[in-house]
Design a protein around this ligand. Structure first.
Ligand code: NAI
Length: 304
């Protein structure tokens, strides 16, 4: 395949037995990567398991002339995370690229979310991202380079009704990615996050009423739309780190949390009160002139 190449690279894609993970794995493999296709083979809720989903994608890759091995461990435990990375080390000797993509979903109105449906989502999205990334990061750190892509969601960053468990978990993924990006910077590890919106079994569940109104042209709905961004971010062509990209309905855009210029109290002035805040609230909220802090230190104004 012409263009971006992953020749000689080893990639892990979690949750790659279907949906977005499958097209990420197929594209990386078609561009020369050796791919670990991880998938628990679970239902959309994350229950059950099996080998068929991961095996099917491995077969698709091999039938197309690529290289891949399957892994069926859950991302949600430390042992599972280690085993997924060990699969890459055993089969191909290293790991260069990690795409954290595995996910589950259990929607309900806020007060009806059960402890089980809260914990199951935190386990896969948040703990899963920790437990696979830690051992992969260690390999990349020792080599001095690597690419990690996390999968968050517009639901976690902007909100979506009846997804408090999902939104909280995906928000946490963004917090994790921010710190891994900062710690990875001195080791040559580039870390970015995507907010996908595409047709898959989960996409159909994301916001069924809204999804039903969307046009179904491939360029606006197919998982490959998201894969285009993910593959770019995982490649040598990508110089960026610590960034977030939203891919929805054919629109590729950077997303960020900005801070307004705000209202400043000088160091030698009295402490502000609630009445001062009331007086200056328009200035505090004014979105003209925002900036995008690169870290807590930068937000504290210690880095100009
Ligand atoms: P999907 O349900 O088709 O794929 C998720 C895959 O993860 C499944 O193959 C499942 O077996 C696997 N999985 C579940 N729990 C696992 C575990 N513990 N360990 C290993 N694998 C596990 O869903 P889709 O749409 O492809 O989602 C991919 C990612 O994109 C997920 O993180 C999802 O939350 C995220 N996302 C998707 C959106 C969409 O519109 N499709 C919107 C926003 C985020």
């Amino acid at each position: 395949m012409d263009g971006i190449s992953f020749e000689g690279r080893v990639a892990i894609v979690t949750g790659a037995g279907g949906g977005l993970g499958r097209t990420h794995a197929l594209d990386l493999a078609a561009r020369g990567a050796k791919v670990v296709v991880n998938d628990l083979g679970s239902t959309i809720a994350g229950t059950g398991g099996g080998t068929a989903m991961a095996d099917h994608v491995v077969k698709e890759i091999i039938d197309a002339g690529g290289q891949a091995v399957a892994n069926y461990d859950s991302v949600a435990t430390p042992e599972g995370g280690k085993a997924i990375v060990q699969t890459a080390l055993d089969a191909y000797g290293t790991v260069d690229i990690l795409i954290n993509n595995a996910g589950n979903i259990r929607n309900a109105p806020f007060t009806e979310l059960t402890p089980d449906s809260i914990e199951a989502l935190l386990a896969v999205h948040v703990k899963g991202a920790f437990y696979v990334t830690q051992p992969a990061f260690a390999v990349m750190r020792d080599k001095g380079y690597g690419w990690i892509v996390f999968t968050s969601s517009a639901s976690g960053v902007f909100g979506n009704p009846e997804q408090a468990n999902y939104g909280a978990a995906k928000g946490a993924v963004l917090g994790l990615a921010n710190v891994v990006a900062l710690e990875g910077a001195s080791h040559g590890i580039l870390v970015n996050t995507v907010l996908p919106m595409a047709q898959s079994r989960m996409g159909a569940d994301m916001n069924p009423d809204m999804m039903a109104t969307l046009p179904t042209t491939p360029a606006h709905t197919e998982p490959e739309m998201v894969t285009a961004m993910v593959a770019y971010l995982a490649s040598e062509e990508n110089p960026y780190t610590h960034e977030v990209f939203s891919i929805a309905r054919g629109r590729y855009a950077r997303a960020f949390i900005g801070v307004t210029e705000g209202w400043h109290v000088a160091a030698d002035e009295p402490l502000a009160t609630a009445d001062d805040v009331r007086r200056h609230i328009a200035r505090i909220r004014d979105q003209d002139g925002y900036h995008v802090p690169g870290s807590l230190i930068e937000e504290a104004g210690l880095i100009p």
